[in-house]
Design a protein around this ligand. Structure first.
Ligand code: 6PG
Length: 477
């Protein structure tokens, strides 16, 4: 028979996803630009289901039933554009091209326009869960035309992760909405990873705990509200001993953190939208700072070696830290979801935040107990109130605040940097403060640049003539 889906690109993700389709009874056409690769993959996994490897695009098109569905898992950027051009040449009206790479949502919207002009559908689709997710069930975030989802939905839902019988796949919204929410998912992923890493740092260097002991703490936390995939793997990593040196693996691994783009795109977009995603930003900058090897080496020489205060951090540190990390996790999710909400208004999408949280409950990297609570919270349909200010959630934040403050102030005194935890606390203190120092910023702007200001006591915009000793105020509107 003919293939009901094609996978283009047989790297780690493409191959895993193709196997997932095949295991669910789909006949999978395979194509890769590297000659012979598709045939090789098909042969290696022939026991798992039906694959039809194609040597060239025309053969690929012929091997598929119509309307065709082709899923791209090729590197973001130029290779994605090339693969789309290739498929447009051989596909026909009504066929669907799905880009499952980590593409920038602006590229997705540009590509959708091009592909649609040729009477094909283009769906920018986020996928999360890494290699094992792709193989065993990822979270899937398709955007693009809703009409394409009629054909695509059953196919994708058949291979996505399931949370208590519900597929972790839903149509997210038109245009670049799918890739946009995947981008913010990754921003939140950066925040989660950094928060856990900061907790590790504090337990290690303030409390003097060994990696194994910290692993046990993480495992215990994982039984409670912090339960998540990233916490579970962190506990696992901290157990691991390097085979070569017999040292804790964490002490062997180089601490310069990499990034492939999605985290910094989230931060750049937050700045463009004026969204307050400060924890995601702090987490992203923490990776950047870690990678400034030359400056770090220089700083230790010039400013002196880092000597943390390792006098015991107080017996409540463990409890306080658990609460602080949980509070910060909620604030990070709240910031990310508010950013999505702002993007919806700016770009004309309507992303259902309850549904989005529901498909993040399994399969993806940020899957966590918290997402169940977020889903339930947003079932009220009010997506404008920030998550952290919703009744049940704000009670948790209130409860966490004193513990969070104790942790951050202690760490500052001790000389241990907690950029994401500190940023989250500063955010909450700023939100609640009725008199922010930005009044002075506004006055400075007006002083040197006549940028005007608004008054608290009446409407309109004003400018003070600062050069005039009388400082007369002019009402501008
Ligand atoms: C996922 C991940 C994945 C992402 C890496 C890269 O949801 O499965 O987000 O899509 O590519 O985690 O992230 P880095 O920027 O850290 O390399």
């Amino acid at each position: 028979g003919k293939a009901d889906v094609a996978v283009i690109g047989t790297g780690v993700m493409g191959r895993s996803l193709a196997r997932n389709f095949a295991r669910h009874g789909h006949t999978v056409a395979l194509f890769d630009v590297a000659p012979g690769r598709a045939a090789q993959v098909a042969q290696e996994h022939s026991a798992e289901g039906n694959f039809i490897p194609a040597q060239d695009p025309a053969e690929l098109a012929q091997s598929m039933s119509t309307p065709r569905v082709a899923i791209l898992l090729v590197p973001a950027g130029e290779p994605t554009d090339q693969a789309i051009d290739m498929l447009c040449e051989v596909f026909s009206a009504g066929d669907i091209i799905v880009d499952m790479g980590n593409s920038f949502y602006v590229d997705t919207e540009r590509r959708e326009k091009l592909v649609t002009q040729r009477d094909l559908h283009f769906v920018g689709c986020g996928i999360s869960g890494g290699e094992s997710g792709a193989l065993n069930g990822p979270a899937i975030m398709p955007g693009g035309a809703q009409k394409a989802y009629e054909r695509l939905g059953p196919l994708l839902e058949s291979i996505s992760a399931q949370f208590q019988g519900e597929p972790c796949c839903t149509w997210v919204g038109p245009g670049g909405a799918g890739h946009y929410v995947k981008m913010v998912h990754n921003g939140i992923e950066y925040a989660d990873m950094e928060l856990l890493s900061e907790a590790y740092q504090l337990l290690r260097y303030r409390n003097g705990m060994s990696p194994k002991e910290i692993s046990e703490v993480f495992s215990r936390w994982n039984e409670g509200p912090l339960h998540s995939y990233l916490l579970e793997i962190s506990a696992d990593i901290l157990q691991h001993t390097d085979a070569k040196t017999n040292q804790p693996f964490i002490d062997i691994i180089c601490d310069e953190a990499g990034q492939k783009g999605t985290g910094s795109w989230t931060v750049q977009n937050a700045l463009t939208l004026g969204a307050g995603s400060t924890i995601i930003a702090a987490a992203t900058f923490a990776r950047a700072v870690s990678s400034q090897r030359v400056h770090r080496d220089l700083a230790r020489g010039v400013l002196g070696e880092w000597v943390p205060d390792t006098a015991p951090g107080g017996s409540d540190l463990l409890d306080n830290l658990e609460k602080a990390v949980y509070g910060a996790k909620i604030v990070a999710y709240s910031q990310g979801l508010s950013q999505i909400r702002t993007a919806c208004k700016e770009y004309g999408w309507t992303v259902d935040l309850a549904k989005l949280a529901s498909i993040w409950r399994a399969g993806c990297i940020i899957q966590a107990q918290l997402l169940q609570d977020i889903m339930e919270t947003y079932q009220d349909g009010d997506f404008d109130t920030p998550l952290l200010l919703k009744p049940a959630i704000s009670a948790v934040i209130k409860d966490a605040l004193p513990a969070w403050r104790a942790v951050v102030s202690d760490s500052i005194k001790a000389g241990i940097a907690l950029p994401a935890l500190s940023a989250g606390l500063a955010y909450l203190d700023s939100l609640r403060c009725p008199s922010l120092p930005t009044a002075l910023v506004q006055a400075q702007r007006d002083f040197f640049g006549a940028h005007t200001y608004r008054r608290r006591d009446c409407e309109g915009s004003f400018h003070t003539r600062w050069e005039n000793p009388q400082r007369p105020e002019i009402a501008l509107s």
